[in-house]
Design a protein around this ligand. Structure first.
Ligand SMILES: *Cc1c(COP(=O)(O)O)cnc(C)c1O
Length: 380
């Protein structure tokens, strides 16, 4: 099956043997009748397994070209499950330019449990090798990064991870499997905040993991069941519905993203645009190799160095909504320094280029002429 068919049918064979419903029933149940103790049909208790969740987990595995999918109550819960594979004394190498919540989870929760995190610049994969020790168990990569849109070379990172037998996890939230499939490049774990593009309609918070290795899948399933951060059946239904249009939404996100990046790039009042599809992007060549398009996320720095003038641009926007989050059908604008990345200290932020005047856009699938007109009136 090709990708655009998988989004609709992947893992969805025989979903309702009872009545032939085309969409999977929402099994809003905690428990399942047993004919005798242990005599059940594969489902006992919905923390362990629920049919609607299983449908979604198969769909996510299918579009990521993986064997096993796991759905969690949020992206953070999915990341939390991955770090619970580790023990005190283990070390993790992560890119320094990371989703703020991931950085917060690593540094304020798991560091206290004795896991050591190295946050490094991964733009040159050889940097990773320098930080590998006997205790390194996991490399955590996000690409494109949030909000600087840096592209990390997944294939080269896989080579290093395999050489030292270290697990490689890729947060694929920004790219989605429509643009990039890390498991096919050799990564061990793909993670999603399904809250974003997979759900796609800004109405569900959910996370997911996909892996190929059965032993790893069993460990993660054990953690999912033991810790309990599962997603509910209604939410699973909504994300499953979202995935069915992922390919056409992503196609439009890419078209609109590129048009807006070019508009801003040519605007005299804009100093810098961060979008991997622009030829002036420092990692454009890697993006072209490992992605099939460049997505709907971009950041920019206005020419003004006055914070109030930069914030005024965001306030002037009418079609773009000022809000956290990303990946929905509607366009959003955000201010990383006070919103998504406020949990990262200013000095750390600025090391990674997140200046206080940086503005992030999640470009939606509205008519691009309206989006450009909106930006044009907002930038004064
Ligand atoms: C939103 C996001 C997360 C966290 O996911 P939640 O669903 O909000 O818990 C992790 N990584 C990236 C890149 C994100 O954008």
């Amino acid at each position: 099956m090709k990708f655009n068919t998988k989004t609709i049918h992947g893992g969805q064979e025989n979903i309702d043997p009872a009545f032939g419903a085309v969409m999977p029933p929402i099994y809003q149940t905690t428990t399942y009748a047993q004919s005798a103790p242990g005599g059940h049909k594969g489902f006992e208790y919905s923390r362990s397994k629920n049919p609607t969740r299983s449908n979604l987990e198969r769909a996510i595995a299918s579009i990521e070209n993986g064997k096993f999918g796991l759905a969690f109550s949020s992206g953070m819960a999915a990341i939390d499950a991955v770090i619970k594979l580790l023990k005190p004394g283990d070390e993790v190498i992560a890119s320094s330019d990371l989703y703020g919540g991931t950085y917060r989870l690593f540094t304020t929760i798991f560091q206290d449990f004795g896991v050591k995190f190295h946050f490094i610049n991964m733009s040159a994969p050889s940097n990773i090798e320098q930080h590998i020790t006997k205790k390194t168990k996991l490399i955590w990569v996000e690409t494109p990064t949030n909000p600087m849109m840096n592209i990390l070379d997944i294939k080269s990172t896989v080579t290093i991870a395999k050489k030292y037998r270290v697990l490689l996890a890729v947060d694929n939230t920004f790219a989605t499997p429509y643009l990039q499939q890390p498991l096919c490049l050799g990564a061990d774990i793909v993670m999603h905040s399904a809250t974003k593009y997979l759900g796609g309609h800004s109405d569900v918070v959910m996370g997911a993991l996909v892996v190929n290795d059965e032993k790893l899948a069993k460990k993660l399933y054990f953690i999912q069941n033991a810790s309990g951060a599962i997603s509910g059946p209604q939410d699973c239904f909504l994300v499953l519905r979202g995935i069915k249009t992922l390919h056409i939404r992503m196609q439009r996100h890419c078209e609109n993203g590129m048009a807006i990046a070019q508009f801003l790039n040519n605007h005299p009042k804009i100093k810098k645009v961060y979008y991997p599809g622009l030829e002036n992007h420092p990692n454009h060549h890697i993006a072209k190799q490992q992605m099939t398009g460049f997505g709907g996320m971009l950041s920019f720095v206005p020419a003004t160095e006055k914070l109030d003038e930069a914030l005024k641009i965001i306030e002037n926007l009418k079609v773009f909504t000022l809000a956290e989050s990303l990946g929905g059908v509607e366009s959003l604008a955000g201010h990383p320094a006070t919103m998504t990345h406020a949990s990262i200290p200013k000095s750390e932020r600025e090391k990674n280029g997140i200046v206080d005047t940086l503005i992030r856009l999640s470009v939606g699938i509205e008519d691009v002429d309206d989006l450009i007109a909106d930006l044009n009136q907002a930038i004064f």
